[in-house]
Ligand binder design. Sequence first.
Ligand code: PNS
Length: 165
Amino acid sequence: MPAASSLRTAIYPGSFDPPTLGHLDLIQRGARLFDRLVVAVLRNSEKNPFFSVDERIQMLRQAVRPWPQVEVAAFEGLLVDFAAQAGAQAVLRGIRAISDYEYEFQMAWMNRRLAPQLETVFMMPAEAYSYLSSRLVKEVFQLGRPVEGLVPDHVAAAMRAKSGE
Ligand code: PNS
């Protein structure tokens, strides 16, 4: 067991609206690499979220139960400030395709400018999830197709329940 001071903490930030199996794949990979992983859900002013931030947090908490080293929290403001508050040394982000690079590099460089000691670590999800995004999941669901196999079962059930509300 490493000394407490050498524990490695990473933050995995995002919107997670909704959490997908691609996110969980990244969480599982991150949980293997870091001693502590904080999944951080952005509290933003997006006008029409599918799920509220609190609903996303609940769904993520249920999904990460197998990994005791994974926590779920909400954050607002700058990611680098939340990372410092959480004692994180790294930001974890998933890269699926080349098209993700530009946006991810912009964020990583800006975060490095704001907090030079904070490293951004990019990981690839399993190939099966390389085309998966929350945006496409919502679109497929809203146009009437099932999303089982794209999101955890309890998330698919919550999407159905919400559309029947
Ligand atoms: O899953 P997403 O929506 O691509 O995640 C984007 C997120 C939450 C990582 C990003 O918007 C973010 O970090 N927002 C916090 C505000 C911030 O720190 N901005 C400056 C760094 S680019």
